[in-house]
Ligand binder design. Sequence first.
Ligand SMILES: [Zn+2]
Length: 303
Amino acid sequence: MVFSNVAKSFFDEFPFRHRKKLAMSSDYFFLSHAHSDHTGGIKSILSSPDATIVCSKETAAALKVLHRIPKEKCLIMETNQSLDFDNFIVHAIDANHCLGSLMFVVESSENEKEVYTGDFRLGAPILNELELLSNPDHLWVDYTYGKNPKYIFPSRKELISEILSLMLTEGNYPQKEIWIAAYQIGKEKLLKTISDALKVKIYAPEKKVQIYSEIGGDWDIFTNDPDSGICVESRRRVENLSGLDQRTEERLMNSLRISPTGWAIELITKRLDVHYFPYSDHCSYNEVHEFIELVNPQEITKI
Ligand SMILES: [Zn+2]
């Protein structure tokens, strides 16, 4: 459970059942992004009239599509915006994870400071805000790949070039259909670059199309058209061909299949017919340790 003592608020937690017991007074629930491991219990917010989710507009769009949470329940924060909540100030920084992901810096009037990273990948949007991030009393840090030095990834930019090049050579695009593994949210830098470079909208599951259509603008890059030539689906389906009807299974078996995931580093039983790339929206081992050193917290909780 992540609870900020400075903000008297939860970060990526919606523990309504326990609120009375814990005597929490805040009505604000800070949400870094809409991946499912951060939104457990979020629907309960609908039965609490005073509760407000603080998040980015992209996260609010995803919550509307995935959880039917009306946008009026969300207080939108822009990247690099600061909001004054009377007893504390919150700054939102681009977490460089999925589209619309934020990290939060909370400061009290007594100069106590807490930093909650949510999921993040170290990069310019964060390094530009080091002054704001540095020397907190408490840091909650995304430690997904922080435990083992085997998780060293190339940059997303390098891997995007490699993936595009594979699509055009071995994939022989547009002759061969291409399937890429991705969750409902995330890997946007890769998917947008592909969509822009090949001037094509990417076929995706209905909810994913709806989320990015709701976000709109330059991010409306997915389509319901199954003949797009470039398709995105879950890892389970792209890698293991599970949960597919026979026709789609045959279709995938004849396509070029790509799985961009940080876990590719450790997968022991990689499928020979799938191309794996250690493309990650999280920090690699060295990046998370560099971040902790730069930020220099008094206390740290690895999440
Ligand atoms: Zn995430």
